[in-house]
Ligand binder design. Structure first.
Ligand code: NDP
Length: 296
């Protein structure tokens, strides 16, 4: 079997288009403009690129983009004071603090100081609890993007066996909660899982979120399964730096029914879902109907 390639780049462009159309309607009908504030502390080069991309795509969707770049030695008190101002600002509907933060700052404290209604990353403890109990919440962007692609590809995923490899708070655990919310039978695997190969072979949907280049070979994949590769790993091949996922793409694509590539799969969906979450947060704040198909 040769897998259908799930084109995350094209799908993300469609999501951004839907967001932009909804934003335009909000402006015309209600004189509203959703706003996203991104806070970057320090000079991490990868984070700088992410923040720049987020700013550009936010503006392209017709939303207001507020960037706050703070020096690496910013005190916790100053950062918390900025977040308090953003929480109080009526022009800001979404707040994202770019992680990782410098080591002297307590990430949990900082994230939990964001108003949960503006927590478009979905990392605030209230949103984690709401998601875990099946209530309306802000949902972390990367797992939301994976869920949207799965729903788009399959229609319903109810009753399918889903295996999530990885149990981080930002990808693995919320991914598992979302799959459970769509009535999959969910297994979460991790570094202590026994016979990971056998666990993966039971999956109709296999989500890899490990951070180990090409760790999952084709013979761990059930024929016809859908493979969602969240991994982004930089490796050197033939003297050049390349991006690869957590699955062996060629080996898995030969067995799977559908697969997301790296790059061009889950990655572009993450920022698209950040825009969708900002729009959702704005609609909720104003008591307006939420955009259809852009929430969990
Ligand atoms: P973490 O390092 O936080 O978590 C990795 C998870 O993988 C852990 O739960 C760990 O298990 C598990 N793991 C590690 N080694 C093994 C192994 N040999 N067998 C089984 N499980 C293992 O990573 P993240 O969740 O933050 O990210 C995962 C990947 O996704 C990374 O490549 C990251 O770059 C990428 N990513 C991509 C995004 C995107 O936009 N596409 C966004 C966020 C992340 P244990 O808990 O037991 O240690």
């Amino acid at each position: 079997m040769t897998a259908v390639v799930i084109d995350g780049k094209a799908f993300a462009a469609r999501v951004r288009g839907q967001v932009a159309a909804h934003v335009a309607r909000l402006r015309e009908e209600h004189g509203l403009q959703p706003g996203l504030a991104v806070v970057l502390v320090g000079e991490d080069p990868a984070s700088q690129v992410y923040v720049r991309n987020k700013g550009t795509q936010t503006a392209e969707a017709g939303m207001a983009s507020f960037e706050h770049r703070l020096p690496a030695d910013t005190s916790e008190a100053d950062l918390l004071a900025l977040i308090a101002r953003l929480n109080a600002s009526p022009a800001v509907h979404g707040i994202l603090v770019q992680l990782p933060l410098p080591k002297h700052l307590d990430s949990d404290l900082v994230i939990n100081s964001i108003d949960p209604a503006k927590d478009v990353d979905g990392f605030h403890i209230s949103n984690v609890g709401l998601l875990g109990t099946g209530q309306k919440s802000m949902v972390p962007c990367t797992p939301l993007g994976c869920l949207m692609m799965l729903r788009d590809h399959h229609g319903s995923i109810a009753g399918m066996n889903a295996v999530v490899v990885g149990r981080s708070n930002i990808v693995g655990k919320p991914m598992a909660q979302l799959l459970l919310g769509d009535s999959c039978t969910v297994t979460i695997a991790h570094s202590r899982t026994r016979d990971l190969a056998a666990v993966c072979r039971g999956a109709d949907i296999l989500v890899a979120a490990v951070g180990r280049p090409e760790m999952i070979p084709g013979d761990w994949v059930k024929p016809g399964a859908t493979v969602v590769d969240v991994g982004i790993n930089r490796v050197e091949r033939d003297g050049k730096m390349r991006l690869v996922g957590d699955v062996d793409y060629a080996g898995c694509a030969a067995v799977a029914g559908a697969i997301t590539p790296v790059p061009g799969g889950v990655g572009p969906m993450t920022i698209a879902c950040l825009l969708a979450n900002t729009l959702t947060a704005c609609c909720r704040a104003k008591g307006l109907p939420e955009p259809e198909g852009l929430t969990a």
